[in-house]
Design a protein around this ligand. Sequence first.
Ligand SMILES: CC(C)(COP(=O)(O)OP(=O)(O)OC[C@H]1O[C@@H](n2cnc3c(N)ncnc32)[C@H](O)[C@@H]1OP(=O)(O)O)[C@@H](O)C(=O)NCCC(=O)NCCS
Length: 149
Amino acid sequence: MVRLGSTQNLPSRGDFEESTSSPYVEVVAVIVGVGIDLADVARYRFDERKLAWFARKVYTEVEMEYAMRKRNWPERLAGFFAAKEATRKAFGHAIPWRSVGVAHERYGKPIIELRGVAKPLMRARGLRAIHLTITHTSSVAAAVVILES
Ligand SMILES: CC(C)(COP(=O)(O)OP(=O)(O)OC[C@H]1O[C@@H](n2cnc3c(N)ncnc32)[C@H](O)[C@@H]1OP(=O)(O)O)[C@@H](O)C(=O)NCCC(=O)NCCS
């Protein structure tokens, strides 16, 4: 029996190597990129003209739709921008703003969706996953992105 929280009875790697019918498969996840960014929320309190420009040039339809449903939409737009910048840093090069989209899973977890010219990057870099986390207050938003291969 393996007791959780105790290291005493945990199986060692050798336990599995001896067995030919072992159901265990070693999965090795490797972090191959990390990026972080902060965004000042005040800079995203756009007037109508700027909002229209950013909606065309920077944000995806999904991001705009999500943010504009919320009372504190500048925080959301700042968070999305931080996520796009953090993604660039994780990859180590520029990626067009609208080719990095932030979407949400059912319970609100944000995810990066590479689109358009950025779509081939997953395969080209041999990536299995892109992890994203976002946080925001009324004054600042932050995002961290991790690339896993
Ligand atoms: C995520 C959570 C901890 C909020 O944290 P918070 O300190 O109030 O707010 P933060 O600014 O730090 O984080 C907000 C961001 O967390 C992220 N987030 C939301 N739900 C998340 C989840 N389930 N898993 C991971 N990240 C999540 C989003 O990016 C969100 O930003 P957004 O609203 O602009 O999309 C809280 O909402 C939670 O526990 N969610 C779990 C799922 C849930 O209960 N959902 C309720 C709706 S069904």
